[in-house]
Design a protein. Structure first.
Length: 212
């Protein structure tokens, strides 16, 4: 038996357009203003498929809906093998037509950033789900962006948003001149003695034995 031809739930254009507008309106009502920041490769290695030098300059303000409105997903804050670690994750819903109109892109790209001003955190897109709301009336209208907390590693950031301050804060926190261990008087004293004597005796037969 074939499907009843008098009931159409997959290709009726008027119903699809109505549902599309309703979803866009719902995201604009319950969502929040966020910044979509495009990643640009500066020196991409086409053989290994990686880019060691990245920059973030192109910024688009767009409304997105945080799927989990109570807290972040992921492992959150915990003590890992190499110290304290923050592993927050979040998922955002973005309207397809709205995204294409604002960014002039076909779709969000993995590796791009989502900056959430309310939380003052940037999340990196790890996966773009096309089928989050599975073909309602025969069509998809939103993208679900699965993201994880972005960890800054000396990328070039010029967005004109609060995210630019991350670069300055990171530099100040990791600058040896500002590090607490740089004020260790014992280390400074011992280093000065080595510079004064400068009598390091290296024995080629025993490279692990040196006398000062």
């Amino acid at each position: 038996m074939v499907k009843n031809i008098h009931f159409n739930f997959t290709s009726y254009t008027n119903e699809q357009n109505l549902l599309n507008k309703l979803k866009g309106e719902a995201i604009n009502i319950f969502g929040q203003n966020m910044y979509y920041i495009k990643r640009d490769a500066v020196d991409e290695n086409t053989i290994l498929g990686e880019d060691l030098f990245q920059e973030f300059k192109d910024v688009y303000e767009i409304v997105m809906y945080p799927e989990n409105t109570q807290s972040f997903d992921g492992d959150k804050d915990f003590l890992a093998k190499f110290g304290f670690s923050i592993s927050d994750k979040s998922s955002f819903m973005v309207h397809q037509d709205e995204f294409k109109k604002i960014t002039d892109m076909d779709r969000p790209l993995e590796g791009d950033l989502i900056f959430w001003p309310v939380t003052k955190r940037a999340f990196q897109i790890t996966f773009v789900d096309y089928d989050a709301q599975f073909y309602q009336m025969g069509k998809n209208y939103v993208w679900k962006l699965t993201c994880e907390l972005w960890k800054y590693s000396n990328e070039n950031i010029e967005t004109g948003t609060e995210l630019d301050d991350v670069k300055l804060e990171y530099f100040n926190a990791n600058n040896l001149d500002n590090a607490p261990q740089s004020d260790n008087a014992d280390i400074i004293t011992e280093a000065a003695k080595i510079e004064e004597t400068d009598t390091i005796d290296f024995d080629p037969a025993n490279p692990f034995q040196s006398t000062f």
